[in-house]
Design a protein around this ligand. Structure first.
Ligand SMILES: Cc1cc2nc3c(=O)[nH]c(=O)nc-3n(C[C@H](O)[C@H](O)[C@H](O)COP(=O)(O)OP(=O)(O)OC[C@H]3O[C@@H](n4cnc5c(N)ncnc54)[C@H](O)[C@@H]3O)c2cc1C
Length: 447
């Protein structure tokens, strides 16, 4: 019987295993060095914040794996020998495969800062990071101050986590406004305000120079590169991005760039070896997407796709229109299509912000054809299926505004603010767009 070995028990590896089982009788083994069972990485923060227990982040009960004949092995893979179709574990044990799926995810970036491996310094990625956080930042007696280095989605989550235990946080962000390589100016400024108003000490435009140690090999302070300021702290969180977790593959003959290089079928340069999820890098980016996408839903899609290919229904990986969502402390964020930080040559923008300064929409469209390109929503939730349809049908910005009632989840919000949004757009664009009533029929037929 063909043996499929999957390295990594995250969303991508586990989805691949589940779908291979749905479609075949193949022998399946999943290996991970991190945990016995698959868990939701995106929910780790809620464990620290006391909203759930770690066991509750595990979508499948332990019996699920046995029932579905998916073997689990807790080991670290140190080597892949493709000539003999074997992998080797750090204890020297070997396992042979017929087909190998690499789904090893990411690891937090470290840029060679002095002191980056001291006790009390951690990323926020693996379950072991959470355990370290419990130890070194259990409360504000053991941790009088934490410093977070790197402003992105994980950095802000870590700030919120520490804040929930009343631990003072200093947040070092290299950019002069939060996440402004991704967010346009208005949205980025909104998040700066949200961070500061939550009581977090946000330092913009600064870099970490070094982390200093006390006499026990534990962090005692950090120094800021630009100012030389030394900040006393008990914990340092390194959240300056992530990169593919693939160091163990360097001598394997598998083509590596930043990640494991794959084609549209998620095949590597070596026969019967595939890569999916955060660790996979497309040779050619798909549309305007990045060649590596470290997001949950694309990991799941890649897992589904590779399972089809392995079960003799070869299909291309097609992630569809870009979307993403996150939470910046109390402000929910969703993006559908593309709203780049900087406006491109062919684009025009419409930005509306609520007077309270913590809700906005930002629409991007082609200034010549008026085709809708994308939307950012902050503090307002809109329907994914609506924007997916709009992007498929290549609708205009005018159509989107006319049909905002179909996009929104919250009728009260729109009763109050839709007229204001439309009036602003008409005023800026010399148009006469009229709001259409909510089209219930379409929403229900799409659901
Ligand atoms: C705190 C946090 C919050 C996030 N929030 C969001 C969010 O809100 N939305 C979103 O879209 N994405 C979010 N992400 C990103 C998302 O979690 C990842 O994109 C996703 O988990 C990647 O899944 P994966 O299966 O590719 O890899 P992973 O989940 O990283 O799983 C890979 C597994 O392989 C194991 N492994 C690696 N190398 C080896 C080896 N040599 N031997 C054995 N085992 C190995 C790893 O230990 C790990 O268990 C978040 C990430 C973090 C850290």
């Amino acid at each position: 019987m063909e043996h499929i070995v999957i390295i990594g028990n995250g969303i991508s590896g586990v989805t691949a295993a589940r779908h291979i089982r749905k479609n075949s009788d193949k022998k399946i083994t999943i290996i991970s060095a991190e945990t016995d069972y698959f868990f939701s990485r995106t929910a780790l923060m809620y464990v620290y914040m006391g909203h759930m227990k770690f066991e509750h982040t595990q979508p499948y009960e332990p019996w699920f794996w046995k029932k579905n004949r998916i073997n689990l092995k807790k080991r670290f893979v140190s080597k892949v020998t493709s000539n003999s179709n074997e992998i080797e574990f750090s204890n020297g044990e070997k396992l042979s495969y017929d087909k190998l799926i690499i789904a090893t995810g990411s690891k937090p970036n470290k840029f060679g800062w002095p002191g980056q491996d001291l006790d009390g310094v951690m990323g926020m990625y693996h379950k072991q990071d959470l355990e370290k956080l419990e130890k070194y930042a259990h409360n504000n007696t053991v941790c009088k101050r934490a410093v977070i280095v790197g402003g992105g989605l994980i950095g802000i989550e870590l700030a919120e986590m520490l804040h929930s235990r009343h631990i003072p946080v200093t947040f070092l962000v290299r950019e002069d406004s939060f996440w402004n390589g991704v967010l346009p100016k208005g949205e980025s400024a909104m998040i700066n305000r949200e961070i500061i108003s939550s009581g977090i000490d946000l330092r913009l435009g600064v870099n970490l120079k070094e982390i200093k140690e006390d006499k026990n090999g534990k962090v005692k302070s950090i120094v800021i590169l630009e100012t030389g300021e030394e900040i006393t702290c008990d914990v340092v969180g390194l959240t300056a991005g992530v990169s593919p977790n693939i160091d163990f593959l360097r001598a394997s003959g598998i083509e590596i760039g930043r990640g494991v290089k794959v084609n549209r079928f998620l095949e590597t340069n070596l026969k019967d070896i595939y890569a999916i999820g955060d660790c996979a890098e497309q040779h050619e980016a798909i549309d305007q997407r990045r060649p590596i996408e470290a997001v949950w839903y694309t990991g799941r899609m890649m897992g589904e796709t590779v399972a089809q290919t392995i079960c003799k229904n070869k299909i291309e990986y097609k992630p569809g229109h870009w979307f993403n969502s996150a939470k910046f402390i109390d402000i929910e964020y969703q993006t559908y299509g593309w709203v780049w930080a900087q406006t491109k040559e062919n684009e025009a923008r419409f930005y509306w912000e609520h007077a309270d300064g913590n809700k906005c929409i930002h629409i991007n469209y082609d200034k010549t054809t008026r085709e809708f390109i994308g939307i950012n929503n902050f503090g307002i939730r809109m329907r994914h299926e609506f924007f997916d349809r709009i992007l498929n049908e290549k609708q205009s910005v005018d159509y989107v505004l006319e049909h905002l009632a179909d996009a929104n989840f919250d009728p009260e919000f729109y009763k109050l603010y839709e007229p204001e949004i439309i009036a602003k757009f008409n005023n800026e664009n010399n148009t006469n767009i009229q709001l259409k009533k909510k089209s219930w029929k379409r929403i229900f037929s799409k659901a």
